[in-house]
Design a protein around this ligand. Structure first.
Ligand code: OGA
Ligand code: CA
Ligand code: FE2
Length: 513
């Protein structure tokens, strides 16, 4: 109630004509009426306002309660919540978005509306210029030199990052654990999928005709084969297949819809399977394993993690919650064609590491590897360089990566045409950013220039290790994930006083981030 309102109330009574006499001198009837109207209207107003305020406060309290409860539900860890150990995670295929197969389940709830305040900025090391050398302090009593190899992507090399002993221990631990094939041979059953969807040849043709020009270029088929079954065809392989299947009737190297129609379903795949696919014809020909680096792990593995944290200058929580160390062995003839370690960011893309905490269902999933730190565990006798085909290119032109006969992504044939190659030297680490900055201290767009691969090993064996640092480009999802994994078990059961504890915890996480 304002002063103005009180004044106008009293003015209204003045207008009734008896305002000249004080209330106690007025006739009883008038006095009663008058005092009734003035006292009642004021108290009535006060009472209404009190009720109104109480009502509003109740509504707000109720909203807070509902909001809080849904926040807790989102954050409450489920029995099958992810651990930070991603041992079984699949390697990202080139240009491939991994469709998430499970449909949204009943137990998945809508995303939490609780927001985390962003009070952290990710450090991004400055490259200055190619060839620039900066001293870095990674271990007590020693200064390492970090050389900028390229600015697009932002890529550095640190010789002597690991000692010979550390390299040996990592290789031995990997051997002890056992390495598995990095890529499985072609799976059957894709044909069933086309049948199930009941796709016509036209529909399949349109799916493959990326540039929608009514013809299937070699490039369109090659890319499709790589992404679909991980078979790396060369333009010559494809011409051979065309000849074997008499597919390209007019011999112009393109498949028209008419030519495509004459091929039976899955003709290419069947042709390939009949002829047999060698390991050297896969996207990746290596074996790998994962080594956990947390508490209780071999000291060398823990030391490497600490050193990576110092090198990247990122909050230790981010490094701690990232994938374990991946150790890779290439035999003679091994390779890994050019690829991105992580996928592009679309609104519907979810990161593997935060997916369960994100509480959303999405058709796309990627590893969200903000940084790759690659360690060379031995010096390779011949070949095995890490190639960056488009590093520091003036422009990025995806189309020109596969010309008719030159495929820059092919690390068995065209490493010599890559803009940059790093020779594997025992103990050297290279690291690069797979994403740009968003300009506000967080992860931005994928850096397309971060395309890289392992050239064919011509002599000897090649051992490398990858430390990937996983960060969700969506800050809220990263924060929620950290909030979830950092909750203490005894608090999970506690219903009372959760608000305070959660608040304190999220405040801690913000500092940790
Ligand atoms: C990888 C990779 C490069 C190399 O393992 O993801 O790109 O030189 N390796 O082995
Ligand atoms: Ca086309
Ligand atoms: Fe890679």
């Amino acid at each position: 109630m304002t002063d103005d309102q009180e004044t106008s109330d009293s003015e209204d009574t003045t207008a009734s004509g008896s305002a000249t006499l004080p209330p106690h001198l007025r006739p009883p009837s008038e006095r009663l009426q008058c005092s009734k109207s003035s006292v009642c209207s004021r108290s009535y107003f006060v009472v209404v306002m009190v009720f109104f305020h109480v009502y509003i406060i109740n509504v707000i309290a109720l909203l807070f309660y509902v909001h809080y409860i849904s926040g807790q539900d989102d954050a409450s860890p489920s029995r099958d919540a992810p651990s930070s150990d991603h041992r079984h995670q699949q390697q990202q295929q080139p240009h491939q978005q991994q469709p998430q197969e499970q449909p949204r389940t009943e137990s998945q709830r809508p995303p939490s509306k609780s927001e985390f305040l962003r009070d952290v900025s990710l450090t991004r090391i400055e490259g200055i210029r190619v060839g620039h050398v900066q001293p870095v302090s990674l271990v007590p009593g020693k200064v390492h030199e970090m050389r900028t190899l390229s600015l697009k992507p932002l890529l550095f090399e640190i010789p002597g990052f690991l000692s010979d002993d550390e390299c040996r221990v990592v290789m031995q631990l990997a051997q002890l654990k056992g390495l598995m094939e990095s890529q499985l041979m072609v799976q059957d059953g894709q044909e069933d999928l086309a049948k199930e969807l009941n796709l016509s040849p036209e529909e399949i043709f349109n799916l493959l005709d990326i540039n929608q020009d009514g013809q299937l270029q070699l490039r369109e088929i090659l890319t499709h084969s790589r992404v679909r079954d991980g078979i790396w065809l060369t333009p010559e392989n494809l011409r051979e297949i065309y000849a074997g299947l008499k597919a390209d009737k007019d011999g112009n190297g393109l498949l028209s819809l008419e030519e495509f129609r004459l091929l039976s379903n899955d003709a290419f795949q069947r042709f390939l399977l009949q002829r047999g696919v060698k390991r050297s014809q896969l996207v990746r020909n290596s074996r790998h394993t994962w080594l956990y680096q947390g508490k209780g792990a071999h000291q060398v593995l823990q030391d490497i993690k600490t050193r990576v944290t110092r090198l990247t200058r990122l909050p230790s929580t981010l490094v701690d919650l990232s994938e374990p160390l991946q150790v890779v062995r290439y035999e003679e003839g091994g390779h890994y064609h050019a690829h991105h370690d992580s996928g592009p960011v679309y609104p519907e893309t979810a990161c593997t590491h935060t997916r369960l905490a994100a509480n959303t269902s999405t058709p796309f999933e990627t590893s969200c590897r903000y940084i790759t730190v690659l360690f060379y565990l031995n010096s390779v006798e011949g070949g095995g360089e890490t190639a960056f085909p488009v590093a520091d290119n003036r422009t990025y032109d995806e189309v020109s990566l596969i010309q008719n006969d030159v495929d820059l992504l092919d690390t068995r044939r065209n490493c010599d045409k890559s803009n940059l190659r790093v020779k594997p030297t025992k103990g050297t680490a290279v690291f690069w950013y797979n994403y740009l900055s968003d300009g506000k201290g967080w992860v931005g767009e994928q850096d397309e220039y971060a395309l890289h691969g392992g050239c064919v090993v011509t002599h000897g064996t090649k051992w490398v290790a990858n430390k990937w640092i996983n960060i969700d480009p969506d800050y809220q999802r990263q924060a929620r994930f950290q909030h979830l994994v950092s909750r203490q078990p005894e608090e999970e059961e506690d219903d009372e006083g959760l608000t305070l504890k959660s608040d304190i915890q999220s405040a801690n996480i913000h500092q940790d981030l």
